[in-house]
Design a protein around this ligand. Structure first.
Ligand SMILES: Nc1nc2c(c(=O)[nH]1)N[C@H]1C(S)=C(S)[C@@H](COP(=O)(O)O)O[C@H]1N2
Ligand SMILES: [Mo]
Length: 184
């Protein structure tokens, strides 16, 4: 009898794991963090910059006391939106999909007047709370059905239509390879 119920329990655990899939294990260290929201984060899930662990951030000479991190699965689990746009120098229209930056900041419990979006190459355009409130920009994870990778515009590309923020000129400000968003 005891052995039977143990077997049933083991089976239930196995079935649950399969049903939840790899996404359910995100954030436990199995998947890397691809985006860190820093600054005015109300409910942080990580502490201050560590000069050794956070080698890229450290090299950029930035400082933060707390942050909220996202893995790829965690970003994919948010509501997805598609932006279709073609800027003057582009060879074609792009249809890109990902969570709205407003949604990402909401989930990270980040609020402030200045929103700095920082890319891996150091490019870091700054936006206002009003720009974000326009709710036009996404953090694209894929474009034309293809996941955005490092070396290309990924893994996260800030993208929106031609009226995404005040003073927009073409695709200037639309950072590719975003790694951090700082909110002050
Ligand atoms: N990571 C990153 N994103 C970036 C830039 C950059 O230097 N680094 N340049 C921005 C600017 S100023 C423009 S006009 C567009 C297009 O840049 P390109 O003309 O260098 O292709 O990408 C934007 N996104
Ligand atoms: Mo530019």
């Amino acid at each position: 009898m005891l052995r039977k119920s143990f077997f049933a329990l083991a089976l239930a655990v196995a079935v649950t794991c399969v049903l939840l899939g790899p996404d359910a294990r995100a954030g436990d260290g199995a998947e890397p963090v691809i985006l860190t929201v820093t600054g005015n984060v109300e409910k942080p899930n990580r502490g201050p910059l560590d000069p050794f662990e956070d080698a890229v951030f450290s090299h950029m000479d930035i400082k933060f006391e707390k942050g909220f991190t996202f893995t790829l699965s965690e970003l994919k689990a948010l509501p997805q939106r598609t932006v279709k746009v073609r800027y003057p120098d582009w060879p074609r229209e792009v249809s890109a999909t990902g969570p709205a930056i407003s949604e990402v900041l909401k989930v990270a419990s980040a609020e402030g007047k200045k929103i700095l979006v920082q890319a891996i190459d150091g490019y870091a355009p700054e936006f206002t709370a009003e720009d974000i409130a326009r709710d036009k920009m996404i953090l694209a994870l894929s474009a034309d059905g293809k996941a955005l990778g490092l070396g290309g515009r990924g893994p996260l590309w800030l993208l929106g239509p031609t009226d995404s923020f005040a003073g927009q000129e073409g695709d200037g400000g639309l950072a590719w390879s975003v790694v951090r968003i700082d909110v002050q």
